[in-house]
Design a protein around this ligand. Structure first.
Ligand SMILES: [Zn+2]
Ligand SMILES: [Zn+2]
Length: 274
Protein backbone atom coordinates (compact mmCIF):
# COMPACT_ATOMS: atom_id res chain seq x y z
CA UNK A 1 0.00 0.00 0.00
CA UNK A 2 1.00 3.59 -0.44
CA UNK A 3 -0.29 6.54 1.61
CA UNK A 4 -0.13 10.14 0.36
CA UNK A 5 -1.03 13.09 2.55
CA UNK A 6 -2.84 15.94 0.71
CA UNK A 7 -4.15 17.86 3.71
CA UNK A 8 -2.90 17.54 7.28
CA UNK A 9 -4.35 20.58 9.05
CA UNK A 10 -7.28 20.55 11.45
CA UNK A 11 -10.23 22.91 11.80
CA UNK A 12 -9.50 25.52 9.11
CA UNK A 13 -7.02 25.99 6.24
CA UNK A 14 -3.88 27.85 7.29
CA UNK A 15 -2.07 29.17 4.22
CA UNK A 16 0.84 31.56 4.67
CA UNK A 17 4.60 31.78 5.07
CA UNK A 18 4.57 30.28 8.60
CA UNK A 19 3.05 26.96 7.44
CA UNK A 20 4.64 26.30 4.03
CA UNK A 21 6.64 23.24 5.16
CA UNK A 22 3.82 21.37 6.87
CA UNK A 23 1.07 22.75 4.67
CA UNK A 24 -2.20 24.54 5.32
CA UNK A 25 -4.80 22.34 3.64
CA UNK A 26 -7.33 20.43 5.72
CA UNK A 27 -7.78 16.66 6.06
CA UNK A 28 -7.33 14.44 3.03
CA UNK A 29 -5.36 11.20 2.70
CA UNK A 30 -5.02 8.97 -0.37
CA UNK A 31 -4.36 5.24 -0.04
CA UNK A 32 -3.49 2.99 -2.97
CA UNK A 33 -3.93 -0.72 -2.44
CA UNK A 34 -3.17 -2.65 -5.60
CA UNK A 35 -5.17 -0.77 -8.24
CA UNK A 36 -7.79 0.35 -5.71
CA UNK A 37 -8.00 4.07 -4.91
CA UNK A 38 -9.19 4.97 -1.40
CA UNK A 39 -9.61 8.52 -0.12
CA UNK A 40 -10.05 9.45 3.53
CA UNK A 41 -11.87 12.75 4.06
CA UNK A 42 -12.51 15.59 1.66
CA UNK A 43 -10.95 18.64 3.29
CA UNK A 44 -9.28 21.27 1.10
CA UNK A 45 -6.42 18.85 0.34
CA UNK A 46 -8.91 16.95 -1.84
CA UNK A 47 -8.72 19.70 -4.47
CA UNK A 48 -5.03 18.96 -5.03
CA UNK A 49 -5.58 15.20 -5.11
CA UNK A 50 -8.25 15.89 -7.75
CA UNK A 51 -5.67 17.56 -9.99
CA UNK A 52 -3.61 14.37 -9.90
CA UNK A 53 -6.58 12.02 -10.37
CA UNK A 54 -7.85 14.05 -13.34
CA UNK A 55 -5.03 12.48 -15.34
CA UNK A 56 -6.24 8.96 -14.49
CA UNK A 57 -9.83 9.30 -15.76
CA UNK A 58 -11.97 7.29 -16.19
CA UNK A 59 -11.48 6.08 -12.64
CA UNK A 60 -13.30 4.47 -9.74
CA UNK A 61 -12.47 5.59 -6.21
CA UNK A 62 -13.81 4.90 -2.72
CA UNK A 63 -14.18 7.91 -0.40
CA UNK A 64 -14.51 7.42 3.34
CA UNK A 65 -15.66 10.39 5.45
CA UNK A 66 -14.70 10.25 9.13
CA UNK A 67 -17.42 12.84 9.77
CA UNK A 68 -18.78 15.94 8.08
CA UNK A 69 -17.29 18.88 9.94
CA UNK A 70 -16.20 21.55 7.44
CA UNK A 71 -12.51 20.67 7.51
CA UNK A 72 -13.40 17.18 6.24
CA UNK A 73 -15.78 18.07 3.38
CA UNK A 74 -14.87 21.53 2.07
CA UNK A 75 -12.69 20.26 -0.75
CA UNK A 76 -15.50 18.22 -2.29
CA UNK A 77 -17.14 21.03 -4.34
CA UNK A 78 -13.69 21.68 -5.86
CA UNK A 79 -12.88 18.03 -6.59
CA UNK A 80 -12.58 18.11 -10.39
CA UNK A 81 -12.93 14.36 -11.06
CA UNK A 82 -16.41 14.45 -9.50
CA UNK A 83 -17.51 16.69 -12.39
CA UNK A 84 -16.33 14.24 -15.06
CA UNK A 85 -18.78 11.80 -16.65
CA UNK A 86 -17.42 8.26 -16.63
CA UNK A 87 -15.77 8.54 -13.22
CA UNK A 88 -17.35 6.54 -10.40
CA UNK A 89 -17.17 7.45 -6.72
CA UNK A 90 -18.42 5.31 -3.88
CA UNK A 91 -18.87 7.53 -0.82
CA UNK A 92 -19.12 6.15 2.71
CA UNK A 93 -20.09 8.01 5.87
CA UNK A 94 -21.19 7.13 9.37
CA UNK A 95 -24.70 6.58 10.70
CA UNK A 96 -23.83 8.88 13.55
CA UNK A 97 -25.09 12.21 12.30
CA UNK A 98 -28.51 13.84 12.05
CA UNK A 99 -28.37 13.84 8.26
CA UNK A 100 -26.99 11.31 5.80
CA UNK A 101 -23.65 11.86 4.11
CA UNK A 102 -25.45 12.59 0.83
CA UNK A 103 -27.71 15.23 2.44
CA UNK A 104 -24.73 16.87 4.10
CA UNK A 105 -22.60 17.06 0.96
CA UNK A 106 -25.63 18.31 -0.98
CA UNK A 107 -26.37 20.92 1.68
CA UNK A 108 -22.86 22.29 1.48
CA UNK A 109 -23.41 22.95 -2.25
CA UNK A 110 -26.95 24.36 -1.97
CA UNK A 111 -27.71 27.90 -3.10
CA UNK A 112 -26.73 30.46 -1.91
CA UNK A 113 -23.63 28.79 -0.40
CA UNK A 114 -22.34 27.44 -3.70
CA UNK A 115 -23.29 28.04 -7.35
CA UNK A 116 -23.22 24.42 -8.59
CA UNK A 117 -25.48 21.78 -7.09
CA UNK A 118 -24.14 18.30 -6.29
CA UNK A 119 -26.80 16.80 -8.54
CA UNK A 120 -25.20 18.25 -11.66
CA UNK A 121 -21.70 16.94 -10.98
CA UNK A 122 -21.05 14.55 -13.85
CA UNK A 123 -19.54 11.52 -12.12
CA UNK A 124 -21.60 8.57 -10.97
CA UNK A 125 -21.85 8.54 -7.17
CA UNK A 126 -23.17 6.02 -4.70
CA UNK A 127 -23.68 6.86 -1.02
CA UNK A 128 -23.60 4.50 1.94
CA UNK A 129 -23.97 5.32 5.61
CA UNK A 130 -22.10 2.57 7.39
CA UNK A 131 -23.27 1.10 10.68
CA UNK A 132 -20.46 0.84 13.21
CA UNK A 133 -18.30 -2.20 12.61
CA UNK A 134 -19.60 -2.91 9.10
CA UNK A 135 -16.76 -3.93 6.78
CA UNK A 136 -16.46 -2.75 3.18
CA UNK A 137 -14.67 -5.00 0.69
CA UNK A 138 -13.10 -3.45 -2.37
CA UNK A 139 -11.61 -5.15 -5.41
CA UNK A 140 -7.88 -4.51 -5.76
CA UNK A 141 -8.04 -4.96 -9.53
CA UNK A 142 -5.80 -8.04 -9.39
CA UNK A 143 -8.09 -10.69 -7.91
CA UNK A 144 -7.56 -9.62 -4.30
CA UNK A 145 -9.62 -7.71 -1.75
CA UNK A 146 -9.05 -4.57 0.29
CA UNK A 147 -10.99 -4.63 3.56
CA UNK A 148 -12.04 -1.45 5.37
CA UNK A 149 -13.49 -1.64 8.86
CA UNK A 150 -14.48 1.16 11.23
CA UNK A 151 -14.96 2.06 14.87
CA UNK A 152 -16.43 5.11 16.56
CA UNK A 153 -14.10 7.66 18.10
CA UNK A 154 -14.90 10.38 20.64
CA UNK A 155 -15.88 13.65 18.96
CA UNK A 156 -18.80 16.13 19.01
CA UNK A 157 -21.49 14.84 16.58
CA UNK A 158 -19.52 11.59 16.29
CA UNK A 159 -16.65 10.31 14.19
CA UNK A 160 -15.50 7.09 12.58
CA UNK A 161 -11.94 5.80 12.47
CA UNK A 162 -11.05 3.41 9.63
CA UNK A 163 -8.72 0.44 9.28
CA UNK A 164 -7.55 -0.64 5.83
CA UNK A 165 -6.26 -4.19 5.48
CA UNK A 166 -4.48 -5.36 2.38
CA UNK A 167 -1.84 -7.99 1.58
CA UNK A 168 -1.25 -8.77 5.26
CA UNK A 169 -0.71 -5.14 6.31
CA UNK A 170 -2.98 -2.63 8.04
CA UNK A 171 -3.24 1.16 8.07
CA UNK A 172 -5.46 3.03 10.54
CA UNK A 173 -6.89 6.51 10.00
CA UNK A 174 -8.08 7.94 13.33
CA UNK A 175 -8.63 11.67 13.17
CA UNK A 176 -10.79 13.97 15.28
CA UNK A 177 -10.96 11.87 18.39
CA UNK A 178 -10.40 12.81 22.01
CA UNK A 179 -8.71 10.39 24.39
CA UNK A 180 -10.37 9.47 27.68
CA UNK A 181 -8.95 10.35 31.03
CA UNK A 182 -7.37 7.41 32.85
CA UNK A 183 -7.93 4.80 30.14
CA UNK A 184 -7.00 4.23 26.54
CA UNK A 185 -9.85 4.03 24.02
CA UNK A 186 -10.63 0.30 23.79
CA UNK A 187 -12.29 0.54 20.38
CA UNK A 188 -9.36 2.38 18.83
CA UNK A 189 -6.87 0.01 20.48
CA UNK A 190 -8.65 -2.92 18.87
CA UNK A 191 -8.90 -1.13 15.51
CA UNK A 192 -5.19 -0.22 15.52
CA UNK A 193 -3.98 -3.68 16.59
CA UNK A 194 -0.60 -4.44 14.97
CA UNK A 195 -1.13 -1.72 12.34
CA UNK A 196 1.88 -0.84 10.21
CA UNK A 197 0.81 2.82 10.32
CA UNK A 198 -1.45 4.63 12.78
CA UNK A 199 -2.53 8.10 11.63
CA UNK A 200 -3.79 9.81 14.78
CA UNK A 201 -5.36 13.13 15.83
CA UNK A 202 -2.41 14.90 17.46
CA UNK A 203 -3.84 18.39 17.25
CA UNK A 204 -2.48 19.56 20.59
CA UNK A 205 0.52 19.43 22.82
CA UNK A 206 -0.42 18.26 26.34
CA UNK A 207 -0.19 21.91 27.50
CA UNK A 208 -2.52 23.17 24.75
CA UNK A 209 -4.96 20.36 25.49
CA UNK A 210 -5.51 21.56 29.06
CA UNK A 211 -7.68 24.45 27.89
CA UNK A 212 -9.34 22.44 25.08
CA UNK A 213 -10.89 19.54 26.98
CA UNK A 214 -14.14 18.34 25.41
CA UNK A 215 -13.29 19.82 21.99
CA UNK A 216 -12.86 16.35 20.54
CA UNK A 217 -9.12 16.29 19.84
CA UNK A 218 -6.08 14.58 21.25
CA UNK A 219 -2.32 14.93 21.76
CA UNK A 220 0.86 13.28 20.47
CA UNK A 221 1.40 11.82 23.96
CA UNK A 222 -1.95 10.02 23.89
CA UNK A 223 -1.20 8.90 20.33
CA UNK A 224 2.02 7.33 21.55
CA UNK A 225 0.19 5.52 24.37
CA UNK A 226 -2.39 4.16 21.95
CA UNK A 227 0.27 3.10 19.42
CA UNK A 228 2.23 1.25 22.10
CA UNK A 229 -0.78 -0.54 23.53
CA UNK A 230 -2.06 -1.53 20.08
CA UNK A 231 1.36 -2.64 18.87
CA UNK A 232 1.29 -0.18 15.94
CA UNK A 233 4.65 0.19 14.21
CA UNK A 234 4.62 3.79 13.00
CA UNK A 235 2.71 6.74 14.41
CA UNK A 236 1.77 9.68 12.18
CA UNK A 237 0.84 12.92 13.93
CA UNK A 238 -2.12 14.37 12.04
CA UNK A 239 -4.74 17.17 12.10
CA UNK A 240 -2.33 19.87 13.29
CA UNK A 241 -3.82 22.82 15.12
CA UNK A 242 -4.20 25.98 12.98
CA UNK A 243 -2.24 27.91 15.61
CA UNK A 244 0.86 25.71 15.10
CA UNK A 245 3.40 27.06 12.62
CA UNK A 246 6.08 24.86 11.02
CA UNK A 247 8.43 25.20 13.98
CA UNK A 248 5.69 24.27 16.45
CA UNK A 249 4.78 21.12 14.50
CA UNK A 250 8.47 20.12 14.31
CA UNK A 251 8.81 20.69 18.05
CA UNK A 252 5.72 18.52 18.63
CA UNK A 253 7.30 15.81 16.47
CA UNK A 254 10.57 16.03 18.42
CA UNK A 255 8.77 15.65 21.71
CA UNK A 256 6.75 12.72 20.34
CA UNK A 257 9.99 10.96 19.31
CA UNK A 258 11.06 10.91 22.94
CA UNK A 259 8.04 8.76 23.84
CA UNK A 260 7.60 6.79 20.57
CA UNK A 261 10.67 6.55 18.31
CA UNK A 262 8.97 5.65 15.01
CA UNK A 263 6.92 8.81 14.67
CA UNK A 264 6.50 11.42 11.97
CA UNK A 265 4.46 14.62 11.75
CA UNK A 266 2.33 14.48 8.61
CA UNK A 267 3.02 17.18 6.03
CA UNK A 268 1.50 17.84 2.63
CA UNK A 269 3.15 15.62 0.05
CA UNK A 270 4.35 13.03 2.54
CA UNK A 271 4.31 9.56 0.95
CA UNK A 272 4.59 6.38 3.03
CA UNK A 273 5.08 2.96 1.48
CA UNK A 274 3.63 0.15 3.57
ZN1 LIG B 1 -11.30 18.07 11.88
ZN1 LIG C 1 -14.33 17.40 13.66
Amino acid sequence: MQITFWGVRGSIPTPGPATVQIGGNTSCVEVRAGKAILIFDGGTGLRLLGKKLAKEAPLTAHMFFSHVHWDHIQGFPFFEPAFVKGNVFHLYGGNNVSRTLEETLEGQMDHPNFPVHLGVMGATMTFADLPEGQAVEIDDGAGGKVRVTNARGNHPQGVYAFRVEYAGKAIVYATDTEHYEGRIDEKLTALAKDAAVLIYDSQYTPEEYNSKKGWGHSTFEEGAKLAKLAGAKKLVLYHHDPMQNDAAVREKEKRAKAVFPDVIAAHEGLVLDV
